[in-house]
Write a protein that binds this ligand. Structure first.
Ligand SMILES: [Zn+2]
Length: 425
């Protein structure tokens, strides 16, 4: 089966089989190679690299890659589109203490267990302000992506990653996490040839439901009903959270509920997740999402209003316009640009900005409105939230959110990790 990913290259998979990994770790320990402990942020990206979510990247970026991504939105090869730096940071003190030098092979541990091998080919520094300006269009640390950039330590390590120890994905995420290769196998089983990706970090109200239905109708309008050859892939971004975000468990379970309860036929609908800390880079992140979903095997990607934006840093449709600036053929996925869906009391239905002529009467699905509905906990009309979806929000809040559907400090401290790395044996 074809496993070609972003950049026209074979999907990267750098994961040692278990027996080989155990042997390799014993050798590395006997050779007393240097070790580093990685934090969750880096562990997440190591998994993304090793399983090919970031194909064609085979490791953390070198300085040449970061510079080229910032300056030209291309990898250092000068032709592969890439918009967000993927970097491994370390403090000067820790680097010195470790004694790590260029071309060292280093054993990475996570939560005390052997995790990956890092072949270090570059040790470098970055001008963080320059990176912030070029990637996020601002140097204000109120922007969460800029803040993350400024929080990086002062040195960076570039080089290839090989995973030694696969993650245990914990409940309720286990059935939703599929590697790019597994994802493509699933599509094949389903007989899907066209796959529309819906990126989300929300629980779905009917506005989202119709966004997906609209994209489906647009892309598949001419398909035969008896044999759907395509479907909608909901791919939730699961990663670092900010207070006030929806809890990850509610997002994934409520998305799934739409298929379970027939708002989408189950044979055209699949809910999955990818581990990624949102950078809120707006247009640049839209390009990144397109590359990521190409690797998952998607043929189409939906981009809504203010895709991956935050605050007022980006024009709501900048994330649409940026695709026009890419050289033709540089992405192997078709963007579907969505305008707003809203509830119109005159039409008495959920309708589309491009169709409904009652703009002045519309009731938008504003974040504030939706949030207050959820906080009240009183079941809203089904044309705003499907009752089964709303029940699942409440259930997830109780079961996973310590009583809250939104992220609280308590949740950040006490939540069950999405994945764990167990002893290698
Ligand atoms: Zn109307």
């Amino acid at each position: 089966m074809e496993m070609i990913g972003h950049g026209g290259k074979e999907i990267v998979e750098r994961v040692l089989p278990k027996d080989a990994a155990i042997k390799r770790v014993a050798e590395l320990k006997a050779a007393k190679v240097k070790t580093l402990d990685v934090r969750l942020q880096l562990a997440t990206e190591i998994l993304d690299i090793a399983y090919g979510f970031f194909s064609p990247l085979e490791g953390f970026m070198t300085k040449a890659d970061v510079q080229s991504v910032c300056d030209n939105m291309l990898l250092a090869d000068g032709k592969t589109v890439w918009s967000i730096p993927i970097v491994y940071d370390i403090s000067s003190e820790d680097l010195e203490k470790s004694g790590i030098k260029q071309y060292d092979e280093v054993l990475l541990n996570y939560t005390g267990n052997p995790f990956a091998i890092f072949d270090i080919t570059d040790i470098f520094t970055l001008d963080k302000k320059e990176v912030a300006m070029k990637v996020y269009g601002t140097t204000e640390d109120k922007h969460p992506g800029v803040k993350r950039t400024y929080q990086y330590q002062d040195k960076f390590l570039g080089g290839k990653i090989t995973l030694l120890n696969p993650p245990k994905i914990n409940e309720p995420f286990t059935r939703f996490w599929l590697t790019p290769k597994q994802m493509r196998e699933r599509f094949k089983e389903k007989g899907w040839e066209m796959i529309i990706n819906h990126q989300t970090r929300n629980v779905p109200h009917t506005g989202h439901e119709w966004l997906m239905k609209g994209a489906y109708l647009g892309a598949y309008g001419s398909m035969m009903v008896d044999k759907p050859r395509g479907g909608i892939l909901v791919n939730a971004m699961i990663g670092s959270k900010r207070p006030g975000d929806y809890i990850d468990e509610a997002i994934i379970l409520c998305q799934e509920a739409q298929g379970k309860h027939g708002y989408f036929r189950e044979d055209i609908f699949l809910t999955t997740c990818t581990l990624w800390d949102m950078r809120y880079a707006g247009p640049k992140e839209a390009i990144f999402h397109a590359c990521l979903r190409t690797n998952l095997g998607c043929t189409h990607h939906m981009f809504g209003r203010d895709h991956a934006g935050v605050g007022t840093y980006y024009d709501p449709y900048d994330a649409h316009r940026i695709f026009d600036r890419l050289p033709k053929g540089s992405l192997n996925i078709t963007p579907i640009f969505n305008l707003d869906w809203w509830f119109c009391p005159v039409c008495d239905e959920v309708t589309y900005m491009g169709l409904c002529g009652h703009k002045d009467k519309k009731a938008s699905f504003s974040g504030t409105l939706i949030r207050s509905i959820i906080q009240d906990g009183v079941k809203p009309p089904r044309r705003i939230f499907r009752p089964e979806v709303f029940d699942m929000i409440m259930e997830s809040a109780e079961k996973y959110g310590f009583g809250d559907a939104f992220v609280t400090e308590d949740y950040l401290k006490r939540r069950n990790p999405v994945f764990t790395i167990e002893p290698l044996k």
